[in-house]
Design a protein around this ligand. Structure first.
Ligand code: NAD
Ligand code: WQD
Length: 342
């Protein structure tokens, strides 16, 4: 299949590009590099032994997206492009709705015009809000608590309507839990700009000496050790989940939603300890007050994906830590060619 990855230069998109390409698909990336760097293309080439076409463009540029769909004879789209910082979304809701919701509508317009009607969308477990029960299954009530989360919910609703409007549309929403880790080469991984918001990249930067210590946001939660519990999933497993979703859409046409996670939770202290064991480093930390908006525990029920997609996350917390660490210590390479559409 010829598959377009919007936001394909980003953290999850780049790992999915590897998985799809290694499975024999033709992959095309489209990214405006708002939160990624063209140097990822060079690294993908090193991993795959061939260059992937990448178009520098914004998904809100419907004409360019149409052109790409036509020129590369795209069969299916995986839609990663979006803004994803929860805290920032509360301060900049207009930017988040414009980029995420308006961006998706623009993409759908282009897809409809070019008769490309197979789509896998990157949603998030954040749509569940504060869990009413654990593990969270796909029928758990939704109730996002940030503009980011609500943008994901709005998009899911739009996609459901689109799928209901025309039987030719085949759409799956994947609700990711907490993706961490990196490709085994260490060449691609999570490269946050500035201070990391998320736990694993923060720990990796403490381990490398870039940051002095980790701040653990609260140890008075109703969890076994008092620190927050999350469902961490290795990004390479997550990437494989997209392959499974696309195969599912070849056989099934119904709109559907799947949780993608490990189905078990680790506390912050457990992740710190796993990282220390896996990488033989000491992670200094301070316990600080809770981060506003955080919840105590969040982990998914993931048997629906196993049953219907034939997919299951297999990589351990140890592998998540080692690869996050390996990526941290790799040096950055230079910018490479990016094809621009005028
Ligand atoms: P990322 O920021 O690394 O990747 C997103 C990519 O999209 C970036 O390369 C960015 O430059 C690009 N982009 C953003 N807006 C664009 C636009 N208008 N046009 C073209 N390109 C644009 O993020 P990621 O972690 O790889 O996340 C991918 C998707 O998965 C996002 O939609 C995110 O909301 C979702 N998600 C991520 C997580 C997570 O913790 N990483 C969890 C759940 C869901
Ligand atoms: C994990 C745990 C923190 C940093 C976020 C988004 C979510 C999804 C994934 C996109 C929590 C604690 C963290 C630190 C800490 N993204 N922590 N010190 O908050 O579960 O999810 O990313 O959809 O929408 O909200 O992930 O990695 O930020 O935090 O103690 O410096 O680590 O309190 O318990 P989170 P996280």
């Amino acid at each position: 299949m010829n598959i377009l990855l919007t936001g394909g230069a980003g953290y999850i998109g780049s790992h999915t590009a590897v998985a799809l390409s290694e499975a024999g698909h033709e992959v095309v990336l489209l990214d405006n590099f708002y939160n990624s760097n063209p140097s990822v293309l060079d690294r993908l080439q090193k991993i795959l032994g061939k260059a992937l076409p990448c178009i520098e463009a914004d998904i809100r540029d419907t004409d360019v997206v149409e052109k790409v769909l036509r020129e590369y004879k795209i069969d299916a789209v995986i839609h990663f492009a979006g803004l994803k910082a929860v805290g920032e979304s509360v301060e900049k809701p207009i930017e988040y709705y414009a980029n995420n919701v308006q961006g998706t509508i623009s993409l759908l317009e282009a897809m409809k015009a070019m008769n490309v009607k197979t789509l896998v969308f990157s949603s998030s477990a954040t749509v569940y809000g504060d869990p009413q029960y654990l593990p969270i299954d796909e029928n758990h009530p939704t109730g996002a608590t940030s503009a980011y989360g609500r943008s994901k919910l709005h998009i899911e609703e739009i996609l459901r309507d689109v799928a209901n409007s025309d039987a030719e549309w085949k759409i799956i929403c994947l609700r990711y839990f907490n993706p961490v880790g990196a490709h085994e080469s260490g060449l691609i991984g999570e490269d946050p700009n500035g201070l990391p918001n998320n736990l694993m990249p923060y720990i990796a930067q403490v381990a490398s000496g870039k940051l002095p210590h980790l701040n653990i946001y609260g140890n008075d939660y109703p969890t076994p050790d008092g620190t927050g519990v999350r469902d961490y999933i290795h990004v390479v497993d997550l990437a494989e989940g997209h392959l499974a979703a696309l195969s599912h859409l070849e056989r099934n046409t119904e709109f559907d939603i799947f949780n993608l996670g490990m189905g078990k939770g680790y506390s912050v202290l457990e992740v710190v300890s796993a990282f220390e064991d896996a990488c033989q480093v000491t992670i200094k930390y301070n316990i600080t007050k809770r981060r506003i908006g955080d919840i105590a525990s969040c982990y998914g029920r993931v048997d629906k994906a196993e049953r219907l997609l034939g997919w299951k996350a297999l990589k351990t917390i140890n592998e998540m830590c080692i690869t996050a660490w390996q990526h941290q210590v790799r040096t950055k390479s230079e910018l490479v060619n990016v094809k621009k559409f005028i």
